[in-house]
Design a protein around this ligand. Sequence first.
Ligand code: ADP
Ligand code: MG
Length: 351
Amino acid sequence: MPIRRLPPEVVNRIAAGEVIERPAAAVKELVENALDAGAKRVAVRIERGGLGLISIEDDGGGIPRDELSLAVERHATSKLVASAGGGVDLLNIHTMGFRGEALPSIGAVARLAITSKARGADEAWSIALEGGALDTARPSAWAALSDNGTRVEVRDLFFATPARLKFMKSERAEMMAVSDIVKRLAMARPDVAFSLEHDGRMSLRLSAEGDPENEGRRARLAAILGGDFAPNCIQIDQRRDAVRLSGFAGLPTFHRGTREHQHLFVNGRPVKDKLIVGAVRAAYQDLLARDRHPVAALFLDLPPSEVDVNVHPAKTEVRFRDATLVRGLIVGGLSHALAGAGHRASTTTAQ
Ligand code: ADP
Ligand code: MG
């Protein structure tokens, strides 16, 4: 067989396999887009665990009419900053998105409709993408959260990839994953109001809490993790060079059987990072039985140039430029805070 270029819809479908592995991944991408657009309110509606409908409405800046068709084009993004040399700086990422892959990927495997009213525009416009085929933009009615914003509706996810559809767990399990990711994103953004509705029932409603740090964060974490979270935690705020570790770490008496209760964020991005997990484990090493895990919500903030988020399409893995410094800050910071609260490890692992 001769070598041939794959048609774009096939390329997008392959990419979708990596970026959009289940409904929760689509929700994550779409909520991140809303946050990148400066939304202060994000309303998520789900039907049948996300396989029937995912609808995300925001009050962000919207997409101008003449950019709607670009938004669903592969590798098209408004988010990468041009560097001095005219190229693009992958080490200076301040947004949640940057790969320009989410919308075309979703559009390749589902029926995607975007309605948006850009800030300052007189009219809202819609565009539809179905199994990779694009419809022209048309004017649309707009009765939404605010004068400007975007509503993205995804219907029949994976209808174009029946094999993937077969791998889906129960609607209930998919919904739990959706709820989990919305909560994780909301933990990092107490200044944004979130709601989540499943099959017509409101399952989460979080009002905006002014101050994104301190009181706002405490209130948001309590709303999501329950009233007993903060009182059973030590508040952390440590710095080393330009790296800051803040948030809440559970007292050694407040432990769980799984690590699911450790919520980790790097520059506001929920991550699953081996280095951070390992550092947390090291800090609690002598304070907890091997099979017990502390509860925590930890926020690591560092200059974007110190961390590579372009490791995996789902962007949940990161790489630190100075891993030793980050590990030292976490182990040292947590050990110090725990010791201050009267829980000193027998052999201090702090550096
Ligand atoms: P990325 O987020 O990596 O740029 P996406 O495929 O998710 O790629 O989105 C493509 C582009 O569409 C974004 O760069 C942005 O300009 C625009 N966009 C997507 N969602 C929204 C939204 N909710 N509000 C405003 N603009 C959006
Ligand atoms: Mg995006």
